[in-house]
Design a binder for this molecule. Structure first.
Ligand code: ADP
Length: 162
């Protein structure tokens, strides 16, 4: 069985992330979306909420599973007995960062392969942080994140508006 892990913060999941998940789910028997627990960074949504929102938007994809993890991605991959890592690439800034990460992960576990998937042109400008920035100042975030999570986003972002 070919299993791939797609890791990230997903605070919140965007249409760009969802596109990568959908495309990956066609290529692998199972895709695990790994939601990174970053104890140093308080997000808009807590980890349980992020997992729940992703579960909601991938409910039509039976071979996609959502799990949270903390610590090294390589250790999470070992636990899941997975050797394939999926990363989305939006631009050269992503590339610079991800290339370094891929080399480090390879150094930590030589069996791990990082596969890069180019962002769809329609979504390549979207990041979770830019969505939060737009939302914070009352901008329209429709089309940037899945419709089914817009209400949850609006409730949370209201707190940031003060
Ligand atoms: P963000 O940068 O939006 O906060 P994450 O850090 O959670 O997202 O990113 C997780 C993964 O998804 C990374 O591999 C990242 O390059 C990729 N990614 C993020 N946004 C997009 C997008 N709009 N299209 C394709 N891939 C993306």
């Amino acid at each position: 069985m070919k299993i791939a892990i797609y890791p990230g913060s997903f605070d919140p999941i965007t249409n760009g992330h969802l596109d990568i998940i959908r495309r990956s789910s066609k290529l692998f028997d199972k895709v695990i979306v790994g939601v990174l627990v970053n104890v140093d960074k308080k997000g808009l949504f807590n980890i349980e909420e992020r997992v729940e929102l992703i579960e909601r938007v991938v409910s039509d994809l039976p071979n996609v599973q959502i799990k949270s993890f903390h610590g090294l991605l390589i250790d999470f991959m070992r636990e899941e007995e997975c050797k394939i890592l999926i990363k989305g690439l939006r631009n050269v800034t992503d590339f610079d960062y991800e290339y370094q990460m891929a080399q480090m992960n390879k150094k930590l576990d030589n069996d791990v392969e990082t596969l890069f998937m180019m962002a769809d042109g329609e979504y390549s400008y979207i990041s979770s942080s830019s969505v939060k920035q737009v939302g914070k100042f009352n901008g329209n975030i429709r089309g940037l994140i899945p419709d089914s999570i817009v209400d949850d986003f609006e409730v949370k972002i209201k707190d940031l508006r003060g």
